[in-house]
Structures are given as C-alpha cells and as structure tokens.
Design a protein around this ligand. Sequence first.
Ligand code: PLP
Length: 400
Amino acid sequence: MAKISISKRAAVTPASAIRKLVPFADTAKKKGIRVYHLNIGQPDLPTPPEIMNLIRKFPDKTLEYAPSSGMPETVSAWTAFFQNKGFPYKKEDILVTSGGSEALIFTVMAIADPGDEIIVFEPFYTSYAIIAAMSNVILRPVRTHVEDGFRLPDKKLIENKINRKTKALILCNPNNPTGTLYTDEEVRMLADLALKYNLFIISDETYQEIVFDGKKVLPFSNFKDLLPQLVITDSVSKRFNSCGARVGCVASRNREIMAAILKFAQGRLSVATVDQLAVVPLLNNHEDYVTGIRKIYQNRRDTVVRELEKIEGAAFRTPMGAFYIIPTLPVDDSDRFAQYLLEKFSDKKETVMIAPATGFYKTPELGRKEIRIAYVLEQRKLERAIDLLNIAVRQYNRLK
Ligand SMILES: Cc1ncc(COP(=O)(O)O)c(C=O)c1O
C-alpha cells in the first residue's frame, strides 16, 4: 500500500515570510523587552465607531448565512463605493468576499489553470506567492529596484516575460511592500500590454486611496477597452482600519469570470453576516474617513523618511502611498539582522521588529540588504522605533 502523504501543492506552498520571526519576538517579550512592530501591515488606528456600533448592536436572534454573492446591502454599498470613485460597476459586477485575500484566491483560480503564468513585479505582496502555489499557478517576476523607487521597467523587459502560458498581470497600486505609486504612464503601459497580448489585469486596489502629496492613482477601470479583461480585488481592511472584519470584493465586467467566481463562492457558502452589514455605512460614504487616514499616514511617512535619513548608509526613495517603505540598510544580510534585533539587541529594554525584504522577492538572493517597514505606529513610537534601528545597525556592524 502506498504511504500516506500530503499534496505536492502543500509542500511547495511557502510559509508567510512575515510571520517566521514571530517566535523570536515572543521570546524577547517574555524577557521583558518591548518590541515595536514595524513588520506587519496591521494598522494601529481604531476601527471607526460607525462599524463598531453596528457590530455591538446587531439586532437579529440568529446569525444566518448570507447569500454567496454577498448581503444585498453590502453589494449595493460596494457598488456605491465604486460609483463614487467614477468606476463603471453595477451590482451584477460585484461579489463580496472574505477580505481581499479571498478575492485574490477566487480571481487567480478563475483566470489560470495549473502551469499557467501570472506576471508580477517583485518585490511583491507575499500572499501572491502563497495563492499561486495553492493553485499551481506560476508567478513570473519582473524585477524592480530600490534605487529608482521600484519604478516599472521598460515595456520591452515586461514583454520578454510574456509567453503562451501567460494569463494575467497583477498590480497593486499604490504598492505593498514598496509604497510606490505607479504613474499614469506606467498604468497605461500595462493596460496597453494587456490589450496587445490578451491578458487579464488583476488590479489589487487594497490601498487605492492611501496616496500622498495630492497625487492620485490612475485606475485601470478608466480604460474602457480593458474592462472585459479587468478584475479588481478590494478590501475594507486598510482603508477602514478593519482588518478583522474580513470584507472584500471582486469587481469585474467580465460575465464569465463573475459566473465562475460565484460558483467558487457557493462552495464556501458565505461571508460573515454581521461584518458585511457593519461596513455598509462607510462603503456608502468613504471619502471623509479616508481623507483623515490619508493625512495621518502622510505625516507618518514624513517621520519615517526623516528618521531613516539619519541612518548612515541607508538608501531609499520617498514612498508615495500605502504605508510601507523598503530601504536598503548597510547590513550584510537582512534576515540575520532581523533575527539579531529580536534575539540579541535591545536598548533600554526595547527593540524593533522588521520584515526582511527577501520574503517579498521570488528570485533567490534578492532583497538581502533591504527591509520592509510598515509605518503603523503613532509618530513618537515611530521615531523611537527607527532610532532603535539606527542604534542596532551600528551595533550589529561592530559585532561582525
Ligand atoms: C497588497 C495586499 N493585497 C491584499 C491584502 C489582503 O488583505 P485582506 O484579506 O485583509 O483584505 C493585503 C493585506 O495585507 C495586501 O497588503
């Protein structure tokens, strides 16, 4: 009899790069060391009372299943959200998902078969690699560089990665993990490529309103010809400080994609009823709230940039969106340095946790000297956290 075994898919799926340092952080905390978390994109800001009050006051006696495509109120609210931004989506173009994560899983599953390829710009959000591995889809990375603020490369370079297995391009704008806001020209170039080679565009819009200095994202949905090839994945997690609400959506004018995704959604029955209802008021009217958090993150961005500039040998470009930055640090190995911060370093019983950037690259050996910082702490804590990084870089290099 054959030996019992798990799937090959399970074996090749990577563990979350961000979480592998957690045991070291736990040990540091047990030793009484305060750890400033710059490693994970969990906003520290309170969930708005509009959401919390609806959760607390939920009146029904039974928590029933919601429809697989989403509560009607929530589908309408996502529709209003898109229409308020000028996007051409109606109720039938939208399906509510359990966060942007499930929207991405469904989209990849609906677009690509095992062995098909999706082009992604590296460094990229680590869950893309997990989702691709779960669905036996190959991510084809196109490299971007810290030196130019992770701008997209020439069209030719991207074209070179397209082959007959390529099904889609994925772009997160503004970007996690780099904080890059892609220019109108970059967005237009990808739209042109998708049209020329008949590719889908997966547009991850999780951070779309968190853009600084008065700038704006050029949305893919502005390109009318592209609409049948465009799938938007979105989420309330970051823009409403509601990561635990687990409400996202897929939006597409492509009927076949939406019909396929509805079948997948029926397989998981529904998204949590209370959470879906709780986010309705803010989705219906998002601008004021989002304007407030945009200001907060812009101030934090300025703080991080100012403090990082004090680290001798650090190199980066000022990020223009989301709440992340990837600087190069003068260290030999950011994985080792990240572990050192938690295992060996402390200053006045405090240390800092960062994400080594290697976890955001698919190509081995890239990102060795880079780290990702999520600026999800208030101003003074941020200043102290980056100061700790500065002290630690010097001590680490002295030890070597
Ligand atoms: C780029 C990006 N896409 C999607 C997600 C998914 O978030 P959620 O499932 O909470 O909506 C995240 C979360 O960090 C993200 O950073």
